[in-house]
Design a protein around this ligand. Structure first.
Ligand code: AMP
Ligand code: GLY
Length: 423
């Protein structure tokens, strides 16, 4: 099979690395890719916003399957256009991608199909939103409705913070994404991410992970796209996974199909495990980054036939097996991230990959033969071992061999799981 992978982050490097191991693969192309992805795929220069050009590339080169990594092309309808051109695509239609593209859409689906989530209301003007916030009191959560690069959510511990967040959204802090605001009850518990493949009707549960969103050690400082992750998430016991499938994932798949936009691709459920059980915080319609990196390190099965089965309505014919081990990834970011940072700083050395550890590239580029950092999140140093503590040790040992003066990382990825292992 000839496959095209869309994207250029650490998530896509992990997908490319795993797809490249498939005996079913003839050629793997990637657009736009990165220097890490170039080690396992042929990079092509394509404007991925031009869906007709992507379809034309596939037709001209015998590509029959496209795997879409990030959410933006999905929300923009890439999967619809490629499918209309008879190309198999892993990833949902624009209508189904609203599960990530509109928080209000997802909350309405939860209400309609009785999926556990925080009580909420949607607002299009500040005065009504503020009146609701004042009635409900803090803590309370204020969310810009649309895609805001992970920055549109304020967990307000005081009324003042909540009212200011409402103003921020309607004053345009998140652009069009904030034209509508969702105000939601604060959920108390431990967060976990759960990943499940869907083919429109069938579900194949994958695995769980936990990420570290805050930039600083001890989960302090501003939110980021994720500074590290590990899999599995200890809070996702077999019982909790079974409840998540029955109470959250399965009603979502049935509801989406019944409403005329069957979901196909990966459902990434952000969960809060509360005293009542799993509750949905949000859905994403693509793999997490860096959660995908730890999932791919643990996946034993061939990834290609599983993704292709999801894309073609045959998920009931495949299964996935996982290493009974922990995987952990540490993100190295450019100093300053998630604020402003210097670009094109040289990365002079990387550790060689071995059976335990592997470096996935995110924001890197080659400039005159020199590897440089071009993004905020730049490298994902990932390791797999019997316990989270051992995976953490191996990941930091590899990371300490990275020679990049402008890079930094958290030193405590996995702390919660390691404390549990010690208990
Ligand atoms: P989201 O972008 O929806 O994932 O929200 C970002 C983060 O805000 C989540 O990972 C949670 O840590 C937090 N969060 C979102 N919604 C809630 C909620 N209803 N209760 C408590 N924390 C929340
Ligand atoms: N790491 C969180 C995300 O991919 O949304």
């Amino acid at each position: 099979m000839k496959v095209l992978l869309i994207g250029s982050g650490g998530r896509e490097h992990a997908l490319a690395w795993k797809l490249a191991q498939s005996p079913l693969l003839e050629t793997l192309y990637a657009a736009p890719g990165n220097p890490g992805i170039a080690e396992c795929a042929t990079l092509i220069s394509l404007d991925i916003d031009d869906h007709a050009a992507v379809a034309a590339f596939c037709k001209a080169n015998g590509v029959t399957f496209v795997v879409v990594g990030p959410e933006a092309p999905l929300v923009a309808g890439m999967a619809d256009e490629l499918r209309a051109a008879d190309i198999d695509v892993f990833g949902p239609s624009a209508a189904a991608a609203q599960l990530e593209g509109s928080k209000g859409f997802t909350k309405d689906l939860c209400a309609k199909y009785d999926i556990p989530t925080g009580a909420y209301q949607r607002f299009t003007d500040a005065a009504a939103a503020k009146a609701y916030v004042e009635r409900e009191g803090a803590p309370i959560v204020i969310k810009a409705d649309g895609l805001a690069a992970g920055k549109g959510v304020t967990v307000a511990m005081t009324l003042g913070e909540a009212l200011a967040a409402v103003d921020d959204c309607f004053d345009g802090a998140f652009g069009a994404a904030g034209a509508e605001v969702v105000v939601e009850a604060f959920l108390d518990g431990e967060e976990a991410s759960f990943f499940c493949l869907c083919d429109g009707a069938n579900a194949l549960p994958l695995a769980s992970a936990q990420d570290h969103k805050r930039v600083g050690d001890g989960d302090t400082g501003p939110n980021t796209g994720g500074m590290g992750a590990y899999s599995p998430a200890p809070v996702m016991t077999p019982d909790m996974v079974a409840r998540t499938m029955k109470e959250i994932i399965e009603p979502t798949i049935r509801g989406m199909a019944a409403d005329g936009h069957a979901f196909q691709g990966v459902l990434f459920a952000g969960l809060m495990i509360t005293a009542k059980g799993p509750e949905l915080i949000e859905y994403n319609v693509r793999f997490g980054d860096p959660e995908c990196q730890v999932l791919m390190m643990r996946l034993e099965s061939d990834l290609l036939p599983i993704l292709h089965a999801a894309a073609t309505g045959r998920l009931d014919t495949v299964s996935a097996s996982w290493r009974d081990a922990a995987a952990l990834t540490v993100v190295m970011a450019s100093k300053g991230y998630p604020g402003a940072y210097e670009k094109n700083t040289p990365i002079r050395a990387l550790p060689a990959d071995d059976a335990v550890s592997k470096v996935f590239h995110a924001g890197t580029a080659l400039k005159d033969g020199q590897l440089v950092a071009t993004g905020g999140r730049v490298l994902n140093v990932t390791a797999v071992a019997p316990t989270v503590a051992e995976a953490q040790k191996a990941a930091y040992q590899a990371l300490d061999r990275v020679e990049w003066d402008n890079g930094f990382c958290r030193r405590d990825i996995g702390w919660r799981a390691i404390a549990r292992e010690k208990a």
